[in-house]
Design a protein around this ligand. Structure first.
Ligand code: 5RP
Length: 232
């Protein structure tokens, strides 16, 4: 396991301390969340009783293969806890998410949870969001017009930058689990995430964006110096 992987696993292990039998759990997506599902499966095999609601088909497949009991958000519209990774953690636990392309389901699941815990290696903590390109999920219709709408909206919030249509490693256009496209916005510095979030949400064709505001209540960061827990 690489050093970074080791840190991700430490953060995931710490988050499991907050999981109790009987909980309905939102299960995040990404390499850090993958550790969480691995470790959760070990606890389930020891007798922990939880129901997981996955935020992506990838997480569903992993959890299913490891024997973690799963349900849907329609069956469990209120979750006790959601545990997920993040691409950046900014001031007041604002987040950029969606590097793995699961931001829409992730935001719906996090919003349905009484508490969201973010797990990450310490390199994800930033003073200002935006070094990581902001994923924006859009419908597959009129993308050129949607891009112009996003540019206008971003300018209103003091941001500008290149929008790149996300592609898979094989060159094909990346399509989300919900059948949408992702534009990655290189804004570099998002000084007012609340304003940008409000502007982007108003653009016709934008399904969701990767700014998570007032959702994470706790962040667990694992670094070389140990694990730090930050509460909002
Ligand atoms: C997926 C996400 C992930 O949580 C985010 O990309 C972090 O991933 P990783 O744990 O692999 O660094 O938002 O849509």
């Amino acid at each position: 396991m690489t050093d970074a992987d080791n840190l991700k696993r430490q953060a995931a292990a710490q988050a499991l301390e907050y999981v109790r039998s009987g909980m309905k759990l939102g299960l995040g997506t990404g390499s850090t969340a993958k550790h969480l599902v691995d470790l959760l499966a070990l606890r389930v095999n020891e007798g922990l009783e939880v129901v997981g609601v996955p935020t992506s088909e990838a997480t569903r497949a992993q959890a299913e293969s490891l024997g973690v009991p799963l349900g849907t958000l329609d069956e469990h519209p209120v979750l006790d806890l959601c545990i997920d990774g993040a691409d950046e953690v900014g001031p007041d636990l604002t987040l950029i998410k969606g590097g793995g392309g699961a931001l829409l389901r992730e935001k719906i699941v996090a919003s349905a949870a009484k508490q969201m815990i973010v797990i990450a290696d310490a390199s994800k903590k930033v003073e200002v969001l935006g070094t990581f390109p902001l994923p924006i999920e859009v419908v597959d219709f009129g993308v050129a017009a949607i891009r112009r709408g996003i540019d206008r909206a971003a300018r209103n919030a003091g941001c500008h930058g290149l929008l790149t249509l996300r592609r898979r490693p094989d060159g094909h256009v990346f399509v989300t689990d919900q059948g949408h496209l992702i534009l990655d916005a290189a804004y570099h510095s998002i000084t007012n995430p609340q304003a940008l979030a409000a502007e982007l949400s108003n653009v016709p064709g934008v399904v969701e964006h990767g700014l998570f505001i007032n959702l994470a209540s706790r962040v667990i960061l694992a670094g070389a110096g140990g694990v730090t827990v930050i509460d909002r």
